[in-house]
Each structure stands twice: as C-alpha cells, then as structure tokens.
Design a protein around this ligand. Structure first.
Ligand SMILES: NC(=O)c1ccc[n+]([C@@H]2O[C@H](COP(=O)([O-])OP(=O)(O)OC[C@H]3O[C@@H](n4cnc5c(N)ncnc54)[C@H](O)[C@@H]3O)[C@@H](O)[C@H]2O)c1
Length: 252
C-alpha cells in the first residue's frame, strides 16, 4: 500500500522508459510514495506488467502512453492526456535511453543519430512539452538521467557519452531559465547499475569496471530510484542545476 503520508502524495509524475530497469523501479517507488504515475515506453504491452503491479498495491491505474521519445507529437499528446486526467504535472523523469557502442572511427551516422536523438533530443522534447504548464503552475521538478560517462567520457561510447554530456549541459541551462518560476531541474549520473542495458556487456568489461568502483559492487536500480525520489520530493526544494552521481565512488 502507498503510505498515507507518502513523500510524493498527490503529485503527478511522468516517467519515460518505465517498462524495465531503472525506469520501472522509479515508477514503483514513486507510486508507493503516493504519486499518480504516467508511464511511457514504446509499447503499451511492455508497460502492462508495471501498471498491474502498481494497481495491486495502490488501487490506482497509472495512465499509460505508448510513445517513442523521438516523436514530439506523441509527447505533446501524452502531456495533454496527463493534464486532461489530473489537471497538472508536478514531476518529469527523463529516463529513456539506449546505447549503440562501438569504436569512434567506425561509428556509423545511424549509430550516432539514434543515440543522440533518443538520449538528448528526447530529453529536450519532453522537457519542452511539460515546461509551459510547470511555469504556469510555478512549480515543477524535472530529473534527467545522465551517466558518469557524460562527465568523464568512455572509449567505445563516444555517441553515448556525448549524449549524456549534452543532457548535463541541457539540465543546467534549463535550470537557469526556469529557476525563477520554481521549476527545478537536476540530473542523476549513474555509474554501473545492474540492468538489461549492462547485462549485455562482456564479463571482461564488467570485471574491469568493478575494479574501478571503490565500494566493490555494482549498483541496483533501486539505488538510482531512491535518488530520483529525493530530487522529486520536497526535501530537495532548494536544489537545482545539479548532477548527483550514483556510482559507488567510481567518479569523484
Ligand atoms: N544501467 C546503467 O548502468 C546505467 C548507467 C548510467 C546511465 N544509465 C541510464 O539510465 C537510463 C535507464 O537505463 P536502464 O539501465 O534501466 O536501461 P534499460 O535498457 O533497461 O531501459 C531503458 C528504457 O528506455 C526505453 N527506451 C529506449 N529507447 C527509447 C525510445 N526511443 N523511446 C522510448 N523509450 C525508449 C526502453 O524501452 C526501456 O524502458 C538510461 O537513460 C541509461 O542511459 C544507465
């Protein structure tokens, strides 16, 4: 059951990439803390299990939007549906993202475009879509999923690292533009988190990463979800334009 005095009680939260991994964990935690959730992913089928789980403990049916974050029309439609149903939007978590790793010299135009369009442009499109309403409300929290590689770069991930560095610069720029309207914009930079995205890596690569993590283990989606909860809640009301690394000390 969501607690009666949940940290997000009655807040309306839109979450992208909510079907699995970190996004799914954020959706479940936000719902447990009393938020009305709007779950987005590319297909409705992929969201149904998460929606069912939320309904089972909260009795609330999340609003579901099937959309690709590269599609600005679908994004605008989803924000309109959210406003029709709930009358406001308090929180946006731009979590959807993907990797197309490879050496920079061999990287194709498509590999570059797909990663930049999804991770960076998708974040821009969703932020733009909610910002007018948040400015009108004079309240809002936007949380963008960056990555530690957006801070320090990574061989084999030029496209991904550039997209996440872009997300960080976008976060800070919009934080400066919207601060006077009480719309707070922050980023989370996860290190290595155990999800389907990282399960695809070779054991050799994983072992090398593990050696660079001072705490000596990989993070869990819940580690990132708890940081997102903090940034979405009233506990972080004087914080904007920041990047919080959740990485077991890998980058410091
Ligand atoms: N797992 C990690 O170690 C790690 C580290 C740093 C940053 N991140 C970031 O955290 C976020 C979530 O990662 P994850 O590990 O849970 O990955 P994941 O692959 O398990 O989940 C990614 C989600 O994004 C969705 N998505 C991808 N492309 C999309 C598109 N074009 N339109 C709509 N939805 C799309 C997927 O359907 C999925 O729901 C990503 O932005 C990722 O870059 C992850």
């Amino acid at each position: 059951m969501p607690s009666a005095d949940g940290r997000l009680k009655d807040k309306v939260a839109i979450l992208t990439g909510a079907s699995r991994g970190i996004g799914r964990e954020i959706a479940l935690l936000f719902a447990k803390e009393g938020a009305q959730t709007v779950l987005t992913a590319r297909s409705l089928e992929s969201l149904e299990a998460v929606a069912k789980e939320i309904a089972s403990f909260s009795g609330l049916a999340p609003l579901l939007c099937a959309l690709d974050v590269k599609d600005s029309h679908k994004i605008d439609e989803c924000v309109d549906k959210t406003l029709d149903k709930y009358g406001c939007v308090d929180i946006l978590v731009n979590n959807a993202g993907l990797t197309r790793d490879g050496l920079f010299v061999r990287m194709s135009d498509d590999e570059w475009d797909e990663v930049l369009d999804t991770n960076l442009k998708g974040t821009f499109l969703f932020m733009r879509a909610v910002s007018k309403e948040m400015m009108k409300q004079r309240r809002g929290k936007i949380i963008n999923m960056a990555s530690v590689v957006g801070l320090v770069g990574n061989a084999g991930q030029a496209n991904y690292a550039a997209s996440k560095a872009g997300v960080i610069a976008l976060t800070k720029s919009v934080a400066k533009e919207l601060g006077s309207r009480n719309v707070l914009v922050n980023a989370i930079a996860p290190g290595f988190i155990d999800t389907e995205m990282t399960q695809a890596l070779r054991d050799e690569t994983k072992n090398a990463i593990l050696k660079a993590i001072p705490v000596g283990y990989f993070g869990k989606p819940s580690d990132v979800a708890k940081t997102a909860l903090y940034l979405a809640s009233d506990e972080s009301n004087f914080i904007t334009g920041q990047v919080i690394t959740v990485d077991g000390g890998m980058v410091m």
